[in-house]
Write a protein that binds this ligand. Structure first.
Ligand SMILES: C[S@@+](CC[C@H](N)C(=O)[O-])C[C@H]1O[C@@H](n2cnc3c(N)ncnc32)[C@H](O)[C@@H]1O
Length: 270
């Protein structure tokens, strides 16, 4: 395995952190593990040489480099109780208290799509016959093109769907081949996938009712996380919810959210 020099590691880690927020400072082995073979197979003599090459092609090779370094691990119904909270608390709040027929929910850091499709499925289950009277497209975003391509493709292995009740699988997926299932049209239409760097300024025209950003900020350092949490606050409607990963907390951030329960926060209602 090609070893990375201290200088090359510092350069790559500090660039990735400043541009994308991902903190690799203690991930030297991960950087070598994810890039080493690629460099060797493509004739690069050092990580620095490859990094210079990627810098000259920011929309191509730099994105590919980032794709190799991000962790896209996810699965259907991951951290299940957030989904019950969505169906039992968030949807009824939007529907009955806000009286809205325009769903504004964002799945930020959606990776390969399982979380967004789960939210879309629960939305359709909640709306039932009223779905036609709603604008109910969810926004799902990620920095990784590779993850987004898989999300849009929407083909998942049978074992990935095992947490979904058989009835939902039948209703929202169709068999693709012996081992895989394809997301059905009804569900596909409910999710708009976009590439978005969470470190960039947001330019949403309307506020969200809920933002799911689960298992994304774990890769960010405190100042990056602080800044993002403030942007989420501003991007939410009063009373809107921010849902983060179970192993995450906002306790180290200066924020104005009300604490609802572990990993669920709410912008104070007006
Ligand atoms: C571990 S996955 C989490 C997927 C899903 N939210 C879940 O909880 O299962 C983290 C995702 O965050 C994305 N990510 C990391 N940094 C990002 C950034 N600066 N902007 C947008 N997405 C980012 C990664 O590409 C990755 O797909």
């Amino acid at each position: 395995m090609l070893k990375i020099s201290d200088g090359d590691f510092k350069r790559i880690a500090s660039f990735i952190k400043s541009k994308y927020g991902v903190d690799l400072s203690r991930k030297r082995t991960l950087v070598e593990g994810r890039l080493g073979n690629y460099l060797a197979n493509n004739g690069f003599g050092s990580y620095g040489e490859y990094f210079d090459f990627a810098m000259r092609d920011p929309d191509g090779e730099m994105v590919a480099l980032l794709n190799r370094l991000t962790t896209n691990y996810t699965f259907f119904m991951r951290e299940k109780d957030h989904f019950s909270f969505y169906s039992d608390v968030i949807m009824p709040w939007i529907d009955r208290e806000l009286g809205s027929r325009d769903l504004r929910v964002w799945c930020a850091g959606c990776s390969t799509g399982q979380e967004a499709y789960t939210l879309a499925l629960l939305t359709l289950e909640y709306l039932g016959n009223d779905a036609g009277a709603w604008e109910h497209t969810l926004l799902a975003s990620d920095i990784s093109n590779h993850a987004l391509d898989e999300a849009k493709l929407g083909i998942y292995a049978e074992k990935d769907l095992k947490e979904l009740p058989a009835e939902w699988r039948r209703r929202y997926f169709s068999p693709y081949d012996g081992n895989n299932w394809a997301v059905g049209e009804k569900l596909r239409k409910c999710v708009a996938f976009r590439r978005l760097n969470l470190l960039d300024a947001f330019s949403f025209k309307q506020p969200f009712q809920a933002i799911f950003c689960r298992n994304v900020m774990i890769y960010f350092d405190t100042p990056t996380k602080d800044a993002l949490v403030r942007k989420y606050y501003d991007a939410l409607l009063p009373g809107g919810y921010l849902v983060i990963g179970h192993s995450e907390s906002l306790s180290s951030c200066g924020h104005s959210f009300d604490y609802v329960k572990p990993s669920v926060y709410r912008k104070p209602p007006k």
